[in-house]
Design a protein around this ligand. Structure first.
Ligand code: ADP
Ligand code: MG
Ligand code: MG
Length: 210
């Protein structure tokens, strides 16, 4: 599949399905170490993003599609994760430029820009038990795959696999950022909901990329 604007639409449609399917699971993770709304927040946001993409002018490029997703997530997700995911998509649009199609090297640059945007906005470091703990291994795995000559599909599979492992690896961690940090040591033993939603988004991207 060509990584064009229709691909961005297919991704968000698949992401909305995946987040919808796992909404209660994300709420439950967030109930354990936060306020229980992460599934609701993400479900509302990605469904609104699908609608926003439907309304994009004919001929819009992927960068414009990413900016549309960003604005929609910022205005609909709310909480801590809305501005963070919004920043991620906004920053990812930059390497995409005005191109009509995204190649493997650009894809990796976009993933890296997304992760860097989240870090500069939220100031979390790896190990702080946040979505950064899914994004960082995802970017590293994507870059390694791309350097090894992998296709965009295989780059995204590597990213999704690493994000899932990163999400699982948040379980023993003590949270140092976000609501979960209020629990201190008691945050250990639970998976970070934002790391889990990151894994779902990246898995959806891999699945729609043939
Ligand atoms: P809220 O905590 O405001 O209810 P959400 O429940 O939607 O927001 O999102 C919580 C998720 O946001 C966390 O699981 C974590 O992954 C992420 N998060 C919170 N603060 C930060 C931060 N400073 N940097 C990166 N991610 C963060
Ligand atoms: Mg919450
Ligand atoms: Mg909240």
């Amino acid at each position: 599949m060509t990584l064009d604007t229709d691909w961005v639409r297919a991704w968000m449609t698949a992401a909305a399905a995946a987040i919808g399917e796992h909404k209660q699971e994300l709420n439950t993770l967030d109930r354990e170490i936060g306020d229980g709304d992460h599934g609701e927040n993400m479900d509302r946001g990605v469904r609104a993003a699908v609608t926003a993409l439907d309304g994009l002018p004919e001929g819009s490029n992927p960068g414009a599609a990413f900016r549309s997703i960003a604005m929609t997530l910022i205005s609909t997700v709310g909480g801590a994760s809305g501005p963070l995911y919004g920043t991620a998509f906004l920053k990812a649009a930059e390497p995409a430029g005005a191109a009509d199609e995204i190649d493997g090297a650009t894809l990796v640059a976009m993933l890296r820009a997304a992760r860097d945007g989240i870090v500069s906005r939220g100031k979390a470091e790896p190990g702080d038990k946040t979505m950064v703990d899914a994004w960082t291994p995802a970017v590293d795995a994507a870059a390694a795959a791309q350097e090894g000559g992998a296709s965009p599909h295989d780059i995204l599979v590597a990213a999704a696999d690493a994000a899932e492992q990163g999400a699982v690896a948040t379980e023993p961690l003590v949270a140092r950022k976000g609501r979960a940090s209020y629990l201190g040591e008691r945050s250990a033993g639970h998976r970070d909901p934002g790391a889990q939603s990151t894994a779902l988004l990246l898995r959806a991207a891999a699945e729609v990329t043939g």
